[in-house]
Each structure stands twice: as C-alpha cells, then as structure tokens.
Design a protein around this ligand. Sequence first.
Ligand code: UDP
Ligand code: MG
Length: 329
Amino acid sequence: MIENLKFPVAGMDGQGPLVSLVVPVFNECGSVGPFVAAVNAAIAGSWSGAEMPPRFEIVFVDDGSSDGTRETVRAMCRTDLRIKLVSLSRNFGKEAALSAGLKAASGDAVIPMDVDLQDPPELLRPMIEQWRAGAQVVNAKRADRSADTLFKRSSSRFFYKTINSLAEYPIANDVGDFRLFDRVAVDALNRMTEHSRFNKGLFSWIGFRTETIEYTRPSRSVGDTKWNVSKLLALALDGIVASTTFPLRIWTALGALISLSAFFYAAFLIIHTLAYGVDTPGYASLMVAVLFLGGLNLLSLGLMGEYIGRISKQVRGRPLYIVSDTEGF
Ligand code: UDP
Ligand code: MG
C-alpha cells in the first residue's frame, strides 16, 4: 500500500489554492491505501502536465478504529506530507468525525469524502472547476442509486420526503456528504455549536451560491458498510429532531381541534338530554369530560411543545444569519 504513495503527484508542491479532502475512517484498514492511490491517480489523470492543479491535503479522521487503521494512516503521514490524521478517542460516529475533520482542514476548499471510493475522485476536478467559477458550495448528487440495496433506496426516499415536508429549509435530495465547500462555508459550519449534529441538514441550512453536479454512485470497493438499520434510524431521528420543530407543534392544533369539537359535542349532548331524556345514565357527562380533558391535555402538551421548540432552537445556537461575502469595507 505504502508504495502507492510514492506515485508522483502533480500539485504536490505547486502553488495555488489548497483543497482539503476530509475522510472519516472507522475500521477501514484495507481501504485507506486504495483510497489514496485512487485520489492520486485521479489527480494525475484530471490535470494534464501543463495545467496548474490545486494543492491537495488529505485529512483522515480516525473515528476510534480498532483494526490498525490509525497506525496505517500514521505510517502514510510519514511518507506523504499531504496526509494528515486526526484521531478521536473512541467511536463518535461519522457525523462527529466529519465535524472534527472540517475543523482540522486548512484548505481554501474542503471536500468530505468516504474512504470506500463511493465518492469517485474523478469528480474532484469538475467540482473544483465549479468552485473556481464562483460556486461556494458544489453538491455531488447521486443521479443513479442502483448500486444501493432496494431497502436503502426506498428508506432514504421516505426519509427525504418526511424531512423535507417537516423542515423549515429543505435538504437536498440524494446529496450525501460529498460536496465541496468554500472556506467561507466551512467557517460557517465550524461556527455551529449544536451537539446532536446532522450534517446534511447543516450543509443545506448554511445556503451560499450552490452548484450541483450529478454522478452515478458506485458500490463500496473494499470492506463493508459501517451502518446498520438501527444506526441509520438513529441518524434519521437525529436529522428530524435537529432540523424541525414541527412534531412538537402537531399537538397544539390537534388539542385545539379536539377541545373545540368536545365543546360542540357537549352542547349537543346537553340539548339532546334535555329534549329527549337520558338514554344511558352517565354517558353524556362521562363522554364530555373525557373528550374535553383529552383535548386540554393535548393542548397543554402542544403549548409545552411551542416552548420546547424555541428552547431547542436557542440551544442549537446557530447564528441568526450567515454573511457570504462583503465588499468595499
Ligand atoms: N464512518 C465513520 N464512523 C462511523 C461509521 C462510518 O467514520 O461510525 C466512516 C466510514 O469509515 C466511511 C464513511 O464513514 O469512510 C462512510 O461509511 P460507509 O461507507 O460504511 O457508509 P455507507 O456508504 O454504507 O452509507
Ligand atoms: Mg460507503
């Protein structure tokens, strides 16, 4: 694996802007070597000799691997100065690892990538070109997900539908973490203080001039997926709770509706009882009490929700707005 690193890389000590690839790794001992080799090959193949490629750095974030990934990457750092390693003290999950990598990256543009080559390095050049043409964020959208399992495809479609109908700002469909961020966008992301992080939500939330390029997502090259159904469910729940307050508000409306109809039903029952007498003793009063109290319960739950929604927004501590660029100061 290490021999691959001696591959002569254009742009290794060139001038020009620095592009950081941020790569979270968790038990990927067998994937890091091929990843670096593929990136080197793609860079060498994308920029012909005469053209000036940007400089690159690769920031690996070891997310508490137990299979020697850390040692493998550390060895690479010694032979290749463009490779950097941030090691986390345990497995914090991909979202946290990515955040650590975004903080550590020093590039003028930063591109999070998966190590399993599902984010094709051949896209680096088109993404960087869009960036140089003025885009501050370049999304790589999966035009074709046929490499994913049917379950993953349909569950992710359901997830995007749900979150986009609830969230206050939509999340780009089928765009993963593989995006290019200009330094201003990275700084904005680094300023987000919230703890239960759902990066896709934050990535969409920050805005900026965004371009999208499409690609076909290949299947994993080495190793196997680090996600299972429960981890994905937890991520989906994190995503919804972190970017919406809508589920908290449902109860206000529902409670008001039930209380109101209980009120009319009570009026109807009282008039009915007065006019036609009692059908079943106790029914009217019991029914009214149950419905009305049920409605009140939901209403007060909803009221709490309104406050909790505001508290959670405040606690997320996102900036009120993000400045994209300024001029003439
Ligand atoms: N990953 C991580 N921590 C985790 C799980 C995954 O850093 O707890 C990394 C993993 O090493 C890989 C990337 O996140 O580089 C994407 O993971 P994977 O390919 O398993 O996800 P999938 O493509 O199946 O969604
Ligand atoms: Mg993958």
